[in-house]
Write a protein that binds this ligand. Structure first.
Ligand code: SF4
Length: 382
């Protein structure tokens, strides 16, 4: 029997063994897509039973594009003093949240660059003011590299920064900046971003303070399937530690291939040791399915429509994903690299879920269900 077949069969047992990195890389590389998606769906049924697929109404806010980190794949940032650089003030940010409130949204995802001119008080005052003006909105803000940058500017430790932010109204830390948590890959694409260990440590600190966190993964930099699974292994391991400590772990895992259109990849010497740069729809679907099978302790796997489009995201719902993400309303980081669609309406997200045979359910950022769409399921879907 082929190796991939026996591994997948093992994963269909009632209490399947934890998948090793080697076995996950084997099924990633060699199992037929159909088999991978089938096993991923079986795992999805165990981890997230039922027919609901969740979505959220939220807004991305990129409060500053000033950044000193210079990731090779990033077309969004501008260096300090650049004529196109910007930093939004509290009123501009608040105005965007008012628009979100009108649509019934409940969360902002606010991230920017590592801006060395902003002192810690700029952030704490912003969080306090936004909490006061918008008490119904969860403030999920800043990625680990921003927290590290603020710690450096302020002379505090990262956990002290996080603690002050939590006391000022921070609800959660989005998983931005993880990209590939494999240092050999990471150093090639973001030499100044810091090690995988740093990202994991800041996330662990956030979780120890009760902040809500999610895990992300940008892939397609020329890394091998084993390296992609290695990234997932680091997420799985931290999730295990969070469970042992009684901390809230990652709510979800969301992955997408790097967008290449507008950046300077051709000019840098990235390794091309497996599937080239970026990822096709099929490669993306394999990645989602493997992440569902491998990450047995992360409940929610998200399909990424902004990079793959709504149609591919719809297929991912039949291959392990149980969430289609959010409306976003505005996106400047991925879109700077060439993606065309930067927001989706509630109607589009619901229609995508319905067309895949599931029931749309509105959620908040902690995956609490807020509203389930009334749908008549046909007998084949029940
Ligand atoms: S990805 Fe983030 S950290 Fe890297 S250059 Fe862009 S804004 Fe800066």
């Amino acid at each position: 029997m082929e190796n991939w077949r026996s591994i997948l069969e093992g994963q269909l047992q009632n209490f399947p063994p934890e998948l090793s990195v080697e076995d996950a890389a084997e099924i990633y590389s060699n199992a037929p897509l159909n088999d991978l998606m089938f096993v991923a769906m079986e795992r999805r049924r165990t981890q997230v039973p039922g027919k609901l697929v969740t979505y959220m109404i939220d807004r991305n806010i990129n409060y500053t594009n000033v950044c000193t980190i210079n990731c090779h794949f990033c077309s969004f940032y501008r260096t300090p003093g650049h004529k196109e650089s910007y930093t939004q003030n509290v009123d501009q940010i608040s105005e965007r949240i008012v628009e979100l409130e009108r649509l019934g949204g409940c969360r902002i995802l606010m991230q920017g660059g590592v801006n060395p001119s902003l002192p810690i008080e700029w952030y704490t005052e912003l969080l306090e003011e936004l909490s006061k003006r918008h008490p119904g909105i969860s403030l999920d803000c800043f990625s680990p590299i921003e927290i590290e940058g603020i710690a450096e500017v302020s002379g505090l430790s990262t956990i002290e920064v996080l603690s002050r932010f939590r006391d000022s109204g921070l609800h959660g830390l989005p998983g931005g900046g993880a990209e590939m948590l494999v240092d050999s890959v990471r150093h090639g694409i973001s030499p100044r971003k810091g090690s995988a260990e740093n990202w994991l440590r800041v996330m662990s600190e956030a979780q120890s303070l009760g902040l809500i966190t999610s895990a992300t993964n940008v892939f397609g930099f020329g890394e091998s399937h084993s390296e992609r699974v290695e990234h997932m292994a680091r997420i799985r391991s931290l999730q295990g530690e969070a469970a042992l400590s009684g901390n809230p772990g990652f709510t979800s895992f969301v992955s997408w291939p790097v967008m290449l259109e507008n950046n300077a990849f051709g000019k840098i010497g990235l390794r091309r040791n497996s599937s080239g740069l970026g990822a096709s729809a099929v490669e993306y679907l394999r990645h989602v399915a493997v992440s569902r099978i491998f990450l047995h302790n992360v409940d929610h796997i998200q399909a990424s429509w902004p990079t793959m489009g709504l149609e591919v995201a719809q297929i991912a719902l039949s291959g392990g994903a149980d969430d289609i993400g959010s409306t976003m309303m505005e996106e400047n980081v991925v879109s700077a690299s060439g993606t065309k669609k930067t927001m989706a309406s509630v109607a589009e997200l619901k229609e995508t879920i319905l067309q895949s045979g599931f029931v749309p359910a509105l959620r908040d950022s902690e995956y609490n269900i807020l509203e389930v769409t009334e749908v008549e399921l046909n007998p084949l879907q029940v």
